[in-house]
Design a binder for this molecule. Structure first.
Ligand SMILES: [Fe+2]
Ligand SMILES: [Fe+2]
Length: 248
């Protein structure tokens, strides 16, 4: 089973990270899910693949009633992001799933219909969690052509999807980045191959540099906190990505 760890709690608002399943098969990429709860309602980011649904679902049950989850947020269309959708809908058919407008007719191949999927316009949009406001922030082409992130201005947390992802070895499996220089070696290859566009990368770096972010929470790897957030953005801005780094 995965572990549930509260990473932010203030009043009625909490963020819980679901991560690090010691029983996970090595052939599926490790993922982080985040549950944001305000009052009695929750939203779950990038719920993961059908392969890991039982591990995610049981970890969530240790912290909240899973029926409090009213919606899912899918940063993009990948199987490690949202192929569990059909299983989530078996559990609660009234769930809604926010995703880029580009993917609203592709993701139903994993389950759901035109009522389930809520298309986010290219420029992003506010998403309500009860009385609490979250914002879908565009990060297109990083790596998906329709790619969204989720910002919480109160908690100062940006859920960044695949941006910031690192493929950690078993002996560097911490939840928060401890040693940036060591950690970033595990992120370099991923960003060079999966992030195809220098223009999109620089556009994103400029957008998020002006935002107030205390934690940058990726879908793979560890969380960047405090000064490591700007360190990551600056590192990414300088990193050669895409075709210029591609070797056959
Ligand atoms: Fe992806
Ligand atoms: Fe991913």
């Amino acid at each position: 089973m995965k572990q549930a760890q509260v990473i932010f709690q203030e009043g009625d608002l909490s963020w819980t990270m679901i991560a690090r399943d010691p029983a996970k098969h090595g052939y599926v990429i490790d993922t982080n899910e985040y549950v944001i709860t305000y009052g009695g309602e929750s939203i779950l980011t990038d719920p993961g693949g059908s392969e890991i649904f039982p591990a995610v679902f049981s970890a969530i049950c240790t912290v909240i009633d899973p029926l409090s989850i009213k919606s899912l947020f899918a940063s993009h269309q990948d199987p490690d992001i949202i192929s569990s959708l059909g299983l989530w809908l078996d559990f609660n058919p009234s769930l809604r799933c926010y995703t880029s407008r580009l993917w609203t007719s592709f993701i139903p191949h994993f389950g759901g219909d035109d009522e389930t999927l809520i298309g986010i316009p290219d420029e992003g949009m506010p998403i309500s969690l009860g009385e609490h406001r979250l914002d879908a922030i565009p990060a297109h082409f990083l790596h998906s052509s329709g790619n969204m992130q989720l910002y919480d201005g109160t908690a100062k947390i940006l859920f960044s999807g695949d941006v910031g992802a690192a493929l950690l070895p078993d002996d560097a499996n911490e939840v928060f980045v401890k040693d940036f220089d060591r950690h970033i070696d595990y992120a370099r290859g991923f960003h060079q191959r999966w992030m195809g566009s220098t223009e999109a990368k620089l556009d994103w770096c400029q957008r998020v540099s002006s935002m107030n972010i205390d934690m940058l929470c990726p879908q793979h790897g560890a969380i960047y906190q405090g000064a490591d957030v700007m360190r990551f953005i600056n590192w990414f801005a300088e990193l050669p990505v895409g075709l210029m780094t591609f070797r056959k």
